[in-house]
Design a protein around this ligand. Structure first.
Ligand code: THU
Length: 130
């Protein structure tokens, strides 16, 4: 987990967060050892902002990886308190990663809280509801 956290920290400064000033980075480890990172990318039309978690996941899918390929995810910020994913990201994470994938929420001072993907979104809406 430490190396994954390091990779997330390395891209945190690339966060394009000129409106909120709130930098977020995510890093995904694939079962083949590949690590994919993402940051939040904001826009003057605020609603078009893409969160770090979705940036990383969409990049993984763009490269051809799918949910079964994902081993774990780290999410980190510059804050010393626990930050967990927004509701929109939880919905996307619920579909694009398997239920038991560990999500490590790491504070700036290195405190780690690990939850499973399914714990983040109980009673999720999914394709079976369509
Ligand atoms: N943000 C993320 O990147 N991930 C989250 O799960 C929470 C929010 C970003 C979106 C926006 O750029 C900034 O944090 C403030 O909301």
């Amino acid at each position: 987990m430490n190396d994954l956290y390091e990779q997330a920290k390395n891209v945190l400064s690339n966060s394009y967060s000129k409106y909120s000033g709130f930098k977020v980075a995510a890093a995904i480890r694939l079962h083949d050892g590949t690590i994919i990172t993402g940051v939040n990318v904001e826009n003057a039309s605020f609603g078009l902002t893409n969160c770090a978690e979705r940036t990383a996941l969409y990049t993984a899918y763009t490269k051809g990886y799918r949910k079964e390929d994902i081993k774990e995810m780290v999410i980190t910020t510059e804050k010393d308190h626990l930050v967990s994913p927004c509701g929109a990201c939880r919905q996307v994470m619920s579909e694009l990663m398997t239920p038991d994938v560990p999500i490590h929420l790491v504070t700036n001072n290195g405190s780690v809280t690990t939850v499973s993907n399914k714990e983040l979104l109980p009673l999720a809406f999914d394709e079976s509801d369509l």
